[in-house]
Design a protein around this ligand. Structure first.
Ligand code: SF4
Ligand code: SF4
Length: 271
């Protein structure tokens, strides 16, 4: 007879308080907000189109397309608008990297009677990764890293004090402590961010795009506002950088958290 050995790692359980969905405006980790303020208003290829205080969480273009369909299904105006764009001199287009929901209140427009009205769908990463702000793979900074990992969530009280400071132990702990998949979603979202950044650099190196940079912010905003718009993944197909099938494969891979699962399992093997 086998005796089942219980892991003593506590398990996160969302208590569905709705708090994270009630305050989505300006919900940017402090250090990310500082980075955006310093660099994203015209100094980098990707331009932030709204002030940090007004923005809500970013939606990748394929996520924004899904949200646009779901808003019709549940009869909600989600106020989906471009959040970050590249003004490309080669195509003369504004390439929209991410969108946001310009909610009339602080709350997500899909939140109804304290519940997510599209909970049954493949919601955006930012919906599925909370209480994480990010994964630990983006910054291996010991104790500081631990502090920056999570947003405010009442269900974290019994977990947070037990998160190890040591990086390797932390990964194993998080992998077990979040059976809801939020850890996997956070790792995958960071991998998607890395993919987007690398793809933009590659597009520039191959001279497929020539982003406008170091121009007055208001000038950039005006030019982007007047330019023809195209979503990032649509641009990748239109420019011939990736064929449509490959883009759909990539999105499927992202949706399935395939890269995150591989990364975590490789990590577990090597540690
Ligand atoms: S993740 Fe945390 S803040 Fe969000 S609904 Fe669950 S318990 Fe509340
Ligand atoms: S879509 Fe649903 S889960 Fe995502 S923020 Fe809105 S209410 Fe929350």
């Amino acid at each position: 007879m086998f005796i089942k050995i219980q892991s003593d790692i506590p398990k996160f359980k969302c208590n569905a308080c709705g708090s994270c969905c009630s305050h989505i405006r300006g919900i940017v980790p402090k250090e990310d907000g500082e980075f955006i303020r310093q660099h994203a208003f015209g100094k980098l290829p990707v331009v932030q189109l709204v002030p940090v205080e007004r923005m809500t969480f970013p939606l990748w273009d394929w996520e924004a397309k899904r949200f646009a369909e779901w808003q019709d299904e549940v009869n909600v105006d989600a106020g989906i608008k471009p959040l970050r764009a590249i003004l490309d001199l080669n195509s003369n287009k504004a390439i929209i990297l991410t969108y946001f929901m310009d909610s009339e209140t602080d709350a997500c427009p899909f939140l109804m009677d304290g519940k997510c009205s599209i909970y049954h769908t493949k919601r955006a990463y930012v919906c599925r990764l909370f209480p994480f702000n990010r994964s630990p793979f983006t910054n291996q900074d010991g104790i500081k890293l631990k502090e920056n990992l999570f947003g405010e969530c009442g269900a974290m009280e019994h977990i947070l004090p037990q998160v190890p400071n040591d990086f390797e132990r932390m990964i194993k702990f998080l992998n077990e402590a979040f059976p809801d998949g939020s850890f996997l979603n956070a790792v995958q979202n960071d991998i998607v961010v890395e993919w987007a950044n690398k793809t933009i650099i590659d597009l520039m190196k191959e001279k497929i795009i020539k982003p406008v940079m170091n121009q007055p912010y208001n000038f950039l905003l005006r030019r982007i506002g007047n330019a023809d718009k195209i979503d990032f993944t649509d641009f990748l197909a239109e420019s011939g950088y990736l064929i449509e099938n490959k883009i759909q494969e990539l999105i499927k891979r992202f949706d399935g958290n395939t890269d995150a699962a591989e990364k975590i399992s490789q990590f577990a093997k090597s540690s």
